[in-house]
Design a protein around this ligand. Sequence first.
Ligand code: ZN
Length: 387
Amino acid sequence: MPLALLKDLVKLPSITPQECGIYTMIKEKFSQIQTPLLESLVIEQENNGVKNLFYLFYPKGADIGALPHLCFAGHIDVVPTGENWQYEPFSAKEVDGYIYGRGTQDMKSGVSAFVSAICQSLESQSLENCMLSILLTSDEEGDGIYGTKIMLETLQKRHLLPHCCIVAEPTSTHHTGDTIKIGRRGSINGTLIIEGKQGHVAYPQKCLNPIELLGSKLGLLAGVNLDNGNSYFEPSKLVITDIRGGMEVVNVTPQNLKIMFNVRNSPLSNEDSIRNYIEGVLDTLPYTLTLKTSSLPFITESNTELVKSLNAVIETKVGKKAELSTSGGTSDARFFSAFGVKVVELGVPNDRIHAINERVKIDDILILHDIFIDFLAIFKKSARKFV
Ligand SMILES: [Zn+2]
């Protein structure tokens, strides 16, 4: 069933923020679940063309909000295709054990796997002392302003925030289950301007050359580690992305020098510590520094029930525990964490995400589906432990 659903989803060209009727398809699938004593609640939101869907299952008559609650989350939007695909990118063509198409890895495989797993799990056994939900958005690849974050605000107001969440982003490297993301680094952007005084190159004494001012200091900025990291995070490195000054001539020294940089930061560094470090390096040089945090780092500790149980299932299914990682860019998992939800990410390999000829190995999606089925069984049996 996850394969058929994946193919149906890939055939709908849901480039951000379009949803293309995917929610109707999923709601219909869920409404066909024939299980006594099971009730559901649906919340849909639309803001600025972004559509979000929250679908909750709970035991009949239960006090909604009082039970342990597991959510599967993801996005149904995809990035544009680009050209020169081997197979039409919205045809979901199956070739040699792979399904090709935009979104096959990022992340319609993940969505198909958890939707199918939930259907199968609920059909074989209803919920007793816990709740299950999915949260989908059509704006993860875009600005993300009206997506998961807005939906979580709504859930918070209605006392429906989950206790833990699995975001089925493509996290794996070689095969499904080799990597779980248990956190992410934050991201801080910086602009540093060294102020000088422009002048004729033949009269350097009359100029204040910002390139010379920076000269001996550059090695203390470019590529330095701002902390030592810890068992979960790599050190936070200051990575310069752009450096420029002058007018592309050889006879005028520049007025100023602009450096742009980014720090993918562990929780050990933040705007204040970066500012202090740069102040220490540049000391009395004339400069202005602007820092902007675009996302905060977060971690779900390796000893939480969510991480332990999921990794135990992975070990049974693929023969080896997953590596617990915090690498990569940002994802919607950060929003769950900001709302106090324990969150991890697990999905198929990500070697072709956003690329031409994106494809997923059929085995990888089937294993993901099986991992979710087994994990659901554990959650249903011992849901209290996950709170
Ligand atoms: Zn994604």
